[in-house]
Structure formats: C-alpha cells, structure tokens
Design a protein around this ligand. Structure first.
Ligand code: AGP
Length: 609
C-alpha cells in the first residue's frame, strides 16, 4: 500500500517525482503529495484524491528548481483521506520531511510521549510520528536520527527522510515493506516499486529488511542496523518502460486482459520441453524432498486464492496429494497442522501481501517447506520461501488482477504436473499429453479474444442489475468466485458466488424474476449436475448467463445468454473460462462509468494486515 518515490541529483525533480507517482498510483490513490528542497526550505504540496488533484495543485512555479525531493501516493490506513493526512509529513520546524509506507503499530504511545515533550501534530496519521522522532534525535546526523527513530517503532514500514540542512541527501529504511534504489548517473532514486523510475534507469539495488540506505547523487550506501556498510549488487532489469503505459488501450485492465495469451505462453515457456517432462528451475526443493510430501497447503489472498482453488483440483487429480487451502489472513491466526512433509505454497502476484508473507513465515517456522508463486522477481515472498515458481505475466498495473491470475493458474498446472512426475502418479505419456494440450491454450485464448463479442452485448443488457449470483461446480467454482470478485471490485455491484449444489441451501432465496445468474457450465464430469442447477434457476424466473464449451448447442435452450469458450480438457478449462467473466465485469463497470484501473478503496498491493 502507498507508493514512495524520492530523487536526488542534478535535474529539477518536480516532474520526475510526479511522473514516478503516476507509475505508483496503483498502490494507493486516496491522496498524494510532494516535498522538495527549494532555496534551502522544504516546500510541501499535497492534494486529496488521485494524482489529477496533485497535478492541479502543482501548476505554477511551486517546487521548480528543486533537485531533492520526496513523493507519496497514499492508501489510507490511519486517518481519513485529507490534505493534513496526506504525505509527506513535516516535523515541528519544517526542517525535516518524511514519507512512509506501512503501519506504525505503537504510534499512539509514541505520539503521546512526543506530545508531552512539546511536539505538535497536524494529522491523524501514524506516519507523522516518524517526522517528530527524527526531529527529536537529529543532532546534525540524519542517518543516526533515522536509525534511532526506527528503533522506537514497532510495525512494518518503508521510510524516506530528507532534512533542509542536507541539500542532496535522502535516508531510507525498510522493514517488511518494499523499497528499491534506482541507480542513475549523477542521480539516484528510491521507490517502492521499479516502475516509478523505470523510464530513467533500469539499474536497481534491493534494500533488504532491517536495512538503511544513504543516497546522494554520487552514491548509494546500504547499512545494517549497526550502521555497518553492506555489499549489494546492481541488477539490470529487462522490463520495458512501455509496459507501464497503456499501449493504445483505453485502460490498463483491458490491455492486461488482452495480454493474457502472452502471460500464459511466457509462464509455460521452457518448462514443458518437447522431449518430455516438466522443468522448474527455480524450485530449489529437491525431488527427494518433494517425493516425501504428504500434504500441500495453499495460502493466498483474493484472486491469488482463487488460483489456489484451481490448484487444489489439479493437484488432487494429477499428483494425488492431499491439499488444504486457506486465505492467508485466517491461516496465520489458526494453529495449522504442518510438518516437514507439508509443502506450503504461498501465491502472491506482488510477493508483498502482508498476510500471505506472514503465513509463509509461520509455515517455515513450523518446519514446512515453503514455495512462493509470484510474479515479481526479488519480491519479499521469494526471500521468505525455500523455492520459487515465477509466473511471467509482466508488469500488471490494473488493480484488478487479470493476466497474473491466468499465469498463476498455469503455475498451478505446472506444479501439479511436476509433483505428478516426482510422485509417479502420472506416466510420462500422460504428462506429455497434458503438456501438449497446455501449450495450445495461449493460441486458443488469442483467437478467442480476437473474436469475442458476446460479453459486451451481454453487459449492455444487464449492467443496471442490482445483484449477480455466480454458480459453478468442480473447477468451474473457483472461476465463478473470481468472476464475482472481478465484478464487485470494479463495478461495486454486490455479487455472490456459490457452489451450484449449495444454491438450494440458501442463495436460491435471492432469486426472482429476471435475476441474472452467471453459470460456468463447461463440458466435464459435473456438466449434467450444473444443467440441473440451471433448470432450478430458470424455474424461479431467473436468467442464466452461461459460460459453455464451444459446440454445445443443447445449453442454448437453457440460457438467456451464452459466452462460448474453446474446448479443452476439464482441468485446463479455468484458463479460458475466466476470460469471459473478466470481460463481462470489465464492460459492466465501464458502462456504469467506473474507474476500472483504480476501484475505490482498493490498492494493488496490500502490504498491511
Ligand atoms: C485482485 O483483483 C485483487 N484486487 C486482490 O484480491 C489481490 O488478488 C490480492 O490482494 C492478493 O494480491 P497478491 O496476489 O499480490 O498477493
């Protein structure tokens, strides 16, 4: 949550900071602000709302000439969105400015102590205490002051601080929240994510947990908590700066939906070689250890959890291993039964979701083997795991996950095939058959997306409905859960997703004449059961909008509307079945005039509990 960008160098930084924030806006957009060092004073500009408001506030001469500054885009945790609560924050004298991502858990106590020592607070935020702590400890050395300040704080955070007495210095610190350095020539950046500086430099240094960083235009020094210098490599990232732009599409979400065939193909590339077998290079957990696994436990949040649900079906089906699954926020506060023969799989596109990371750490501390499935190289999840399986979906900006979701489903397929290979539950011929089919899915999806027209037409007929029910069975159920989440998060229409067989145990009471019910009814071993559920829906006057397998004519008579997807074997069908539901949600939200890339109250990366 929240995006940080900081710059020190020879160039005027107002525009660099603002453009950096534009790339980080997906992390939060309740308010935004800049503080820059201008003529020896810290100048502060903040605005409520997304970056368009900040852009207006920045019109004019303000902040010009500055070559050192901080920028922040906020997702509110403590204190409502307001100018006073927007970052950056200042100390009492206006000498120091800080930006923070994360949560200071003991801020109330600190605030009371600081207030009793004479500090006055202008905001309701936890972050402001950091500006006052740095003020308290500052005696001419900003690095020492920030070190002492973070020693007082409990919680998780990424912080950057500047002081008017140090015209080219930024000091940063992190604990469990992302912070990276963009290394330039005669200039340097600090940011919460690479896109913030990607148009300026591709050379990146990672700041690890419990480290500080001292950045000037000439250099970067990373320090541990004893202020001892740490070696760090500079890595060149291969991401294209254009990846963070819309590339001709009206929204990032639409662009990302249309990039799904490539995300899928890239995630599979090289892992299912023509000569047979499954190759997962970064897995780093030996086949001997994997052969001993007697339980897979999947932990994740939101859309990633839905990919995990698909994973349960394929792991059980192909690898014949027991699978449990929980949302990470529940898992971490339960007392799960884990052992060295449990494989815990944490799925997180960002690799920074606080609950998922905590669940993975807990699992590791209980002796389980932990595998991270993530889209972000070097993210925290990769450091909290024994092994990694990268999805290769490229950068996803839209807050609603789409292309990373299909890549996660593919990763579950790869993992299940790999475990089936190690455990000998599928013979090489069976694995080859699935692999061959899996490799055809990106093209099937490409053709489907080229010709798809039904989702838009259906959206036009139903977009003003007040409620949608989603029903599915088997691997169709996680697809429904994901479709329902997509619709509610970007259009704000209430939705429910249910196992179709459970409908008559309650949700059927919601149905009335004309109620829209989205049913995933692909051909498969539960198809006839789903058809019975469609009949039950129709008997209540509700309208079935079905996702069905191409060529299935029979379902036409039962459906008010149909979105056909190409035929695949049942276990692969979620890869395609989720796409019409993403499109349906997308078009409905657009027809309602919603901002699909930045739905209200949400943030792309949830680094708080
Ligand atoms: C997806 O559309 C969401 N906005 C959200 O549910 C997301 O999937 C969840 O926050 C998990 O994120 P992660 O994959 O980065 O851990």
């Amino acid at each position: 949550m929240c995006g940080i960008i900081a710059y020190t160098g020879k160039r005027q930084c107002k525009e660099l900071l603002y453009q950096g924030l534009r790339k980080l806006e997906y992390r939060g957009y309740d308010s935004a602000g800049l503080s820059v060092l201008s003529d020896g004073n810290i100048e502060l500009v903040r605005a409520v709302g997304n970056l368009d408001s900040l852009e207006k506030a920045l019109v004019g001469d303000g902040c010009t000439g500055a070559r050192l500054g901080l920028g922040h885009t906020r997702w509110a945790t403590h204190g409502r969105p307001s100018v006073e609560n927007a970052h950056p924050h200042l100390d009492c004298k206006g000498d120091i400015s800080i930006v923070l991502n994360g949560i200071i858990e003991n801020y109330q106590t600190l605030r009371e102590e600081l207030a009793s020592e004479g500090h006055s607070f202008l905001s309701e935020t936890d972050a402001e205490v950091v500006a006052h702590l740095v003020e308290k400890y500052y005696d001419g050395d900003l690095v020492k002051a920030l070190r002492l300040s973070i020693g007082e704080i409990s919680g998780h955070f990424a912080i950057c601080a500047i002081h008017r007495a140090h015209p080219d210095l930024i000091v940063g610190a992190r604990k469990e929240c992302p912070l990276l350095i963009g290394v330039g020539e005669g200039e340097n950046f600090i940011a919460s994510a690479i896109p913030a500086f990607l148009s300026e430099t591709r050379d990146v240094m990672v700041i690890e947990d419990n480290e500080l960083v001292v950045v000037t235009p000439e250099g970067v020094q990373i320090l541990d908590l004893d202020l001892q210098p740490q070696d760090r490599e500079v890595t060149r990232v291969s991401w294209d700066a254009d990846a963070a732009e819309k590339g001709g599409y009206e929204t990032f979400m639409r662009k990302e939906i249309y990039e799904q065939p490539d995300s899928l193909a890239d995630t599979l590339a090289g892992r299912l070689p023509d000569e047979g077998g499954v190759v997962l290079e970064e897995l780093a957990i030996s086949d001997e250890e994997l052969a001993k696994i007697d339980k897979v436990y999947i932990v994740a949040c939101g859309t990633s959890y839905h990919a995990g649900l698909v994973g349960r079906y394929v792991l059980e089906n192909w690898a014949r291993v027991a699978v449990e699954l929980d949302v990470a926020s529940e898992f971490r506060y339960r007392d799960p039964v884990l052992s060295p023969t449990t494989l815990v799989v944490g799925i997180s596109q960002s690799g920074e979701t606080a609950d998922t990371l905590a669940a993975m750490r807990q699992a590791r501390s209980q002796g389980a083997k932990v595998l991270a499935i993530t889209n972000i190289m070097g993210s925290q999840a990769t450091r909290d795991a024994d092994g990694i399986l990268y999805t290769r979906a490229g950068l996803e900006i839209g807050v609603a996950a789409t292309k990373t979701h299909v890549a996660q489903i593919a990763a579950m397929h790869l993992l299940a095939l790999y475990l089936a290979q190690v455990r000998g539950t599928m013979d090489p011929g069976e694995i080859a058959e699935v692999s061959t089919e899996l490799k055809t899915v990106p093209d099937l999806m490409r053709d489907y997306l080229k010709n798809e027209a039904s989702a838009h037409e259906i959206a036009k007929r139903y977009y003003d409905q007040p409620f949608f029910l989603y029903l599915g069975r088997g691997v169709g159920l996680p697809v429904c859960l994901e479709g329902a989440l997509k619709l509610k998060e970007i259009s704000y229409i209430p939705t429910e997703a249910y196992a179709a067989g459970e409908m008559k145990h309650g949700p059927i009471a919601l149905l009335d004449d004309g109620s829209p019910v989205v049913v995933v009814a692909n051909d498969g071993h539960v198809y006839d059961k789903v058809v019975s559920n469609i009949e039950e829906v129709r008997a209540r006057g509700a309208l079935a909008i079905t996702v069905a397998t191409e060529g299935n004519e029979r379902i036409k008579t039962l459906s008010s509307d149909i979105m056909y997807i190409p035929r695949t074997s049942e276990m692969l069908s979620p890869l395609l079945a989720v796409v019409p539901l993403q499109l349906l949600a997308y078009y409905i939200a657009r027809l309602k005039g919603c901002n699909v890339d930045q739905p209200r109250n949400l943030a792309k990366t949830v680094t708080v509990e």
